[in-house]
Design a protein around this ligand. Sequence first.
Ligand code: SF4
Length: 300
Amino acid sequence: MFKIILAEKAGFCFGVKRAMAIAEKTAKFNSNKPTYTFGPLIHNPQAVSYLESMEVRPIHSLNDVKPGKLIVRSHGLPPQIITEAKEKGFEIIDATCPFVRRTQDFAKTLLNENYEVVLIGEADHPEVIGIAGHTNGKAIIIENESDLKKLTGKMRIGIVSQTTQSLENFKNLVMKIRKIGNEVKIYNTICRETQKRQKSALMLAKKADIMFIIGSKNSANTTHLAQLSQQTGKPTYHIEKFSEISPEWLKGKKIIGISAGASTPSYVIKDVITYLKSINNKISGPRGPRLLHKEEVFNG
Ligand code: SF4
């Protein structure tokens, strides 16, 4: 018999809940205009299917479709794309997360103050592409130490971060960049929701025998949670749904830890817990496992 513990902070964050609510409201009050999101609204296939059932469809190019309502997802967009969309006749519904907007604004301000803008993040992530767009593409994107060669010495450097970066990676790169620039201004723009999820996943991984991190393989923040958990040395599985779990993995385990990325809907988390409970029932009888932090599961 094992215990199942859900991390204190797991699943949908403020920005994702807000974007979903905006998309649902737009779908509900639609005025015969087709409704699109630029890219999937969030990095979760189940949530994208749910929105498609409400006729909100992801597009990847403004040229693919006739103009309609265009929802800007929580990751934001480069201003150049928004301008182009307006010129083509799209109505913009802006669901950019306020924390991402704040990062875009900091990046723009640093550029205007003549700093070389350094953006710590993944070059191909839509949020990073959007923030870089607010510097007219001038931001230097640093993902890891090997990218530091892009920086030459004696520069005035202004740093911002992708909101879902791991704090550890951010701190490590900032320390190294401080040795390169002769003036370095730093905005830690990792959002609190991300930090809380990372902290609670790490705490849980330390006491669990095995960890499940639930969320899309495309989700940056879910991937970082899985990496953090792995660093504790505990077996960690990044899964998208319950059916990926092999009962073999649970043999001899006493504490099963669960966390989920900011774009993972609560019912996907519930499905995993229900499945684990069913396995435990087979081992221990119908009373099943103890589930801690119930409110995280049933109120989501
Ligand atoms: S992780 Fe933070 S910045 Fe990203 S959408 Fe959620 S609240 Fe906004």
